[in-house]
Design a protein around this ligand. Sequence first.
Ligand SMILES: N[C@@H](CCC[C@H](N)C(=O)O)C(=O)O
Length: 266
Amino acid sequence: MAICTFAVMELQFYKYQGTGNDFVLIDNRQHTFSKNDTKLVARLCDRKFGIGADGLILLEEHPAVDFKMVYYNADGNQSSMCGNGGRCIVHFAEYLGMISKNTTFEAIDGLHEAKIERGCVHLKMNDVTNIQTEEDFAYLDTGSPHHVQLVENLADFNVFVNGRNIRNNRYGKAGANVNFVEKLEENTFAVRTYERGVEDETLSCGTGVTAVALAMFETGKATSNKVILQQPGGELQIHFNKIEKGYGDIYLIGPATQVFNGIITV
Ligand SMILES: N[C@@H](CCC[C@H](N)C(=O)O)C(=O)O
């Protein structure tokens, strides 16, 4: 078997981060990037053999709204909604000159509106209607599935071991993302997340902090509809309204930054 392989294609990429959750973004309006190449996505996300990222996002054309977002986890598989990735792709669309300050785009969980204001992307998330609360945790879907659990002394908590156990043992084959939370002050929480598909702790998770804010409000541990979430990668805010069957007008608010761009031969 040959041990040497030759690269065949040059790929323009853009590396982004949103509160430390990092992504490779690709402008795929010309459909040059194959959507079913799990191995290639995993290699591009690999921190030693590739560019390095928690996920990869394709920006594609859409017939009715500004663009379409296609999201892959670092393991190479297409997955459910990514909130931080959603904020990054809005910044990317503005960088490409496709939008100005306001946009509507389609992701796997439907349409999202967003606006860019004073360096922050305000991303509207879908309504959340079903929050399951148990004695010591909550489970809800904010575009992606999330387990939310309060712990003491979050800074010293083993997120990797406990997150992986809960992800594998409680949620079966599909799994879930697992968020550990500590209340810091009224309506401010520290959050650390074990992410499905990355299979590790990430520095931030957008759908995760959305789940935490709603679960804390639902269980009376937050009293405001504006909640601050502090994660290892930085701070995000969630604003929302109580609606008849759950929560609506949910906004994930925070920065999104292009770190570098380049060409990789694949
Ligand atoms: N980092 C994301 C969540 C990405 C999806 C997740 N790993 C899953 O497969 O459920 C975010 O910011 O929301």
